[in-house]
Design a protein around this ligand. Structure first.
Ligand code: NI
Length: 137
């Protein structure tokens, strides 16, 4: 079994807030990520898959195909978008790094399986000090 990781990146706007709370209360919980006028991050995304090496190719998976799936299913929906208002798989959820990792997992699990490998991990970096990883449960 070999684990392979593809890195992608996207830039997107978001706001972390609880609509039941005031702006001041949200600021206390979420800090600058609760800015009512939005703000953006340059996100880094690492998608790790696992599988056996194909004896005919030497590959676990064709990285070009993996990159295409990630771009079509995830990056195209997120890049230069407002995640709160424009991204279907994040609708009605707190736009935290944690929930992004879970949402991206759900978008990719089946399409990656169709490449004959298993999704192992979704790792996402919002800032250089904050990273979330999700392994499917
Ligand atoms: Ni933020």
């Amino acid at each position: 079994m070999v684990y392979l990781t593809r890195r992608e990146r996207f830039s997107a706007a978001h706001r972390l807030f609880n609509p039941a709370l005031s702006d001041a209360e949200n600021e206390q919980i979420y800090g600058p990520c609760s800015n009512p006028r939005w703000h953006g991050h340059n996100y880094l995304l690492w998608i790790t898959v696992r599988g056996e090496v194909n004896s005919a190719t030497g590959y676990v998976v064709d990285m070009k195909m993996l990159s295409r799936v990630i771009r079509e299913k995830v990056i195209a929906k997120l890049d230069h978008k407002n995640i709160n208002t424009e991204v279907d798989f994040m609708k009605d959820r707190f736009v935290s790094t944690e929930n992004l990792a879970i949402g991206i997992w759900k978008e990719l699990e089946q399409p990656i399986r169709e490449l004959d490998v298993d999704l192992h991990a979704v790792k996402i970096q919002e800032t250089e000090n904050n990273v979330a990883e999700y392994f499917g449960n």
